[in-house]
Design a protein around this ligand. Structure first.
Ligand SMILES: [Zn+2]
Length: 141
């Protein structure tokens, strides 16, 4: 697929791309926890779709696997996977891993989000680039 088609798609049906990213995230989770997912629910919210899983396993091990998805999947930087052991989500620092890196500047994602460091256009550009990369990789296989 060429970049032109992706770009047109992004500006005219970004909602569709958001759903594509969501679907890829869900299947990455299903694959990673194959045979251990005991409950799954997908909710369509006005802010986008959210998926909830109950996975059989220790929370820290599950969080480590979720971090691997976020780091290794081409679209992983676009996924937001929270793992709850009890009431609060488990943080990366609890696992002794580095905080998430921003896809635009490589700084700490949380800081960039909190300070709105990047413009929506800048983010969109990086998201389109990741999706292009993902589409190209799919064509190779
Ligand atoms: Zn940044």
């Amino acid at each position: 697929m060429n970049s032109w088609r992706v770009k047109v798609c992004w500006s005219s049906c970004s909602n569709l791309l958001r759903r594509l990213i969501h679907t890829q995230g869900v299947s990455a989770i299903r694959n990673a926890f194959s045979g251990r997912v005991v409950f799954e629910e997908i909710k369509a919210l006005s802010t986008g779709n959210e998926a909830y899983f109950i996975v059989d396993g220790g929370a820290k091990g599950v969080k480590a696997a979720a971090c691997r998805i976020e780091e290794e999947h081409i679209l992983g930087r676009l996924f937001d996977i929270d793992v709850f052991g009890g009431e609060a989500p488990i943080s990366r620092t609890e696992l002794g891993s580095a905080p998430r890196r921003c896809m635009v500047c490589g700084g700490e994602t949380l800081v960039c989000r909190r300070t709105s460091r990047h413009t929506p256009e800048e983010l969109e550009e990086h998201i389109s680039a990741l999706i292009r990369k993902w589409l190209e990789r799919r064509e190779d296989t």
